[in-house]
Design a protein around this ligand. Structure first.
Ligand code: 3PG
Length: 213
């Protein structure tokens, strides 16, 4: 029973922000992942919320060597398998189910499951998980909620996502139980659709400096 944290920790400590991407056209992923990596955010989470997501993972993993590609919104075991086979190096889920825990045991690729309430977090700890997603962060109580968990549940560290932007990122990154944050603000749909890769690189560069003293 463990999370393969040795694989997940370097990814989550390597940059303060993991871009959460919803890719409508797989053709966009090469310039997008390249721009994000150039800006200092090589690890990206491609969510399985679009028809082209798996293609995008496959293309990014094979054609953008500097990218560290993960799959997000993984809800079922068959999606876990598909994401791993497409080259994902980490798997993110908004929650934690027995089916996903079983799938995670079958692969070397680590799982970052979501948990919000103390009971959900304690259930994850019982399974050997100490790195958790916290989603939807802002709606669930935000940085104040996470701060309140840091004393009683001190062994767990979170990657909050949902409603985070440059404006409130600092409040999360200053918490002892936040290892990194995730968000879509570094790759807004308009900039992706218009192919404004330089602007995305600039947003990534700013995000990559967040939390630094
Ligand atoms: C996620 O999937 O982690 C979130 O939907 C990202 O949330 P955001 O779009 O509010 O950053």
């Amino acid at each position: 029973m463990s999370q393969k944290a040795d694989k997940l920790t370097p990814i989550m400590t390597g940059q303060p922000v993991i871009p959460v991407l919803k890719i409508e056209r797989a053709a966009n992923i090469v310039p997008l992942a390249t721009a994000l990596a150039r800006g200092g955010l090589p690890a990206i989470e491609i969510t399985l919320r679009t028809d082209e997501a798996i293609d995008a993972i496959r293309i990014a993993a094979s054609e953008v060597p500097e990218a560290i590609v993960g799959a997000g919104t993984v809800l079922r075991a068959r999606q876990y398998e598909e994401a791993v086979k497409s080259g994902s190096r980490f798997i993110v889920s908004p929650g934690m189910t027995q089916e996903l825990l079983d799938a995670a045991r079958s692969y070397e690729v680590p799982l970052l499951p979501g948990a919000v309430t103390p009971s959900e977090i304690m259930a994850a700890m019982e399974e050997g998980y100490k790195l958790l997603k916290f989603f939807p962060a802002e709606q669930a109580g935000g940085a104040a909620f996470l701060k309140a968990l840091s004393s009683p549940l001190a062994d767990v560290r979170f990657c909050p996502t949902g409603g985070i932007s440059a404006a409130n990122a600092g409040a999360y990154l200053s918490l002892p139980n936040v290892i990194c944050i995730g968000g879509s603000w570094v790759a807004p749909d308009e900039l992706v659709n218009d192919g404004k890769w330089d602007e995305i690189e600039a947003l990534a560069r700013k995000a990559s400096q967040l939390g630094k003293k």
